[in-house]
Design a protein around this ligand. Structure first.
Ligand SMILES: Cc1cc2nc3c(=O)[nH]c(=O)nc-3n(C[C@H](O)[C@H](O)[C@H](O)COP(=O)(O)OP(=O)(O)OC[C@H]3O[C@@H](n4cnc5c(N)ncnc54)[C@H](O)[C@@H]3O)c2cc1C
Length: 380
């Protein structure tokens, strides 16, 4: 396999790989089959310093960047994209507090989130359409005690396991008459916040996805994240950088798995008295998988490096998200084809990879929305 990384990043990758080989790889198929989220592993990843990799050390993080976080998520997703999205979404709450929180909020929450003592979630999407971010029915009203929130969110990762939640909701209209969003931190144990319907997903099983409901949730004045009206900026920055680079990392991990499974199978499977790998058509499929994998990985680590040097990377990451999620579907489909009938047997992981690859497409924003972001950036 090829390399992008400096020595420290390579070291991180091998540390994570060793951990994943022990605590993720042997159980990934079972988590998928039982749709079980191994939430006890948050503490294990926290102890290894892998939660909040991009958070500075004073708040309990590792002081690294989006690149190191993508390396970690790629390694987890090589075996379990389901558990990877649970970790990734936890990090969205971390990123929102780290990038937009007050000093007091960072000190109060980040060490507990980075250690895995608390599990995080970010509730943005509503039944009225995740793509239509500005049109939220959730209300955040200012009152004497702080902020009162009512609403319902859908498709929320970690819905039933998160102790620490961030919500967005409408908090009035601006001078152009458009809805303004604000973001609130909902501290653990706040009355009125609950989890509703739990989804039964095609892929990314091993993560919990469901509704979150706020009924007269009263937050204090200090629970506002950023300024009033900053909710859309917070959501777009957090999902645009941390969400979509994470899902791209899953897709790269899936593609690496797809290449490795194709190589292994084609060398072991004997037909016409020789390994499948001797057939030119099979070699072409393996080459296409490797090219898609290399292209997606190069795009991903280029985009995360741009963010890590302090630049906005939303259009770049949207391009990677589009390319990598679509390429992961092509790649896993090719590996399944290459395996003949074995490709659809559940004893092999490639069918699960394809289901996970499909589920990555809407998560964090659809392919259509990614193209709109890329085109908007070029045309502006
Ligand atoms: C596994 C999973 C985990 C998720 N986790 C979270 C989470 O933790 N937190 C959270 O807040 N959300 C989460 N989501 C929600 C996710 O962000 C949304 O599903 C996504 O933004 C799309 O929204 P939607 O499903 O409502 O689709 P819609 O917005 O209803 O889109 C439907 C279709 O219309 C198209 N479309 C919409 N607008 C346009 C347009 N302007 N031009 C052209 N086409 C358009 C879309 O591309 C799509 O094809 C998760 C989703 C999944 C699948």
């Amino acid at each position: 396999m090829f390399e992008f990384f400096n020595e420290d990043q390579k070291m991180l990758r091998s540390v994570v790989r060793e951990l994943v080989d022990k605590v993720v790889a042997p159980y990934a198929a079972e988590w998928d089959e039982k749709d079980h989220c191994p939430k006890e592993l948050f503490k294990v990843f926290g102890e290894q310093g892998l939660l909040g990799l991009f958070v500075s050390e004073e708040y309990g993080g590792a002081g690294l960047g989006l690149t190191e976080r993508a390396i970690m998520l790629e390694e987890v997703a090589r075996h379990s994209s389901g558990f990877a999205i649970a970790l990734m979404t936890h990090d969205l709450a971390v990123a929102a507090v780290y990038n937009f929180g007050t000093e007091a909020q960072k000190k109060a929450w980040l060490p507990k989130l980075c250690s895995g003592e608390l599990i995080g979630g970010l509730s943005v999407t509503e039944p009225t359409g995740g793509s239509d971010l500005g049109n939220q029915a959730t209300t955040i009203e200012k009152n004497d005690a702080g902020y009162l929130m009512n609403g319902r969110k859908v498709f929320i990762t970690n819905s039933h396991i998160a102790d620490f939640n961030i919500w967005t909701g409408t908090s009035g209209v601006n001078d152009k008459g458009r809805k303004m969003l604000s973001a609130l931190i909902i501290p653990p144990g706040t009355p009125g916040l609950s989890a509703g319907r739990k989804e039964n997903k095609l892929g990314l099983r091993g993560s919990v996805t469901g509704d979150t409901i706020a009924k007269d949730v009263q937050c204090g004045p200090d629970d506002l994240l950023g300024k009033e009206g900053a909710g859309a900026t917070i959501a777009l920055h957090t999902i645009g950088h941390f969400g979509r680079s994470g899902i791209s990392a899953f897709s790269v991990g899936i593609m690496r798995g797809s290449v490795e499974e194709a190589v292994k199978f084609s060398k072991e499977r004997i037909i016409y008295g020789k390994p499948l790998a001797k057939l030119a058509e099979i070699q072409a499929m393996i080459a296409e998988n490797q090219i898609d994998y290399e292209a997606a990985a190069a795009m991903l680590y280029n985009a995360t490096a741009i963010y890590d040097r302090g630049e906005d990377a939303i259009p770049r990451i949207a391009a990677v998200k589009y390319f990598s999620t679509e390429a992961a579907i092509r790649s896993t489909r090719r590996t399944m084809d290459l395996m003949g009938g074995y490709g659809v047997m559940n004893e092999y992981p490639v069918g699960r990879f394809l289901r996970d690859a499909l589920a990555n497409v809407p998560s964090g924003g659809t392919s259509q929305i990614m193209r709109i972001i890329v085109a908007g950036n070029i045309l502006k």
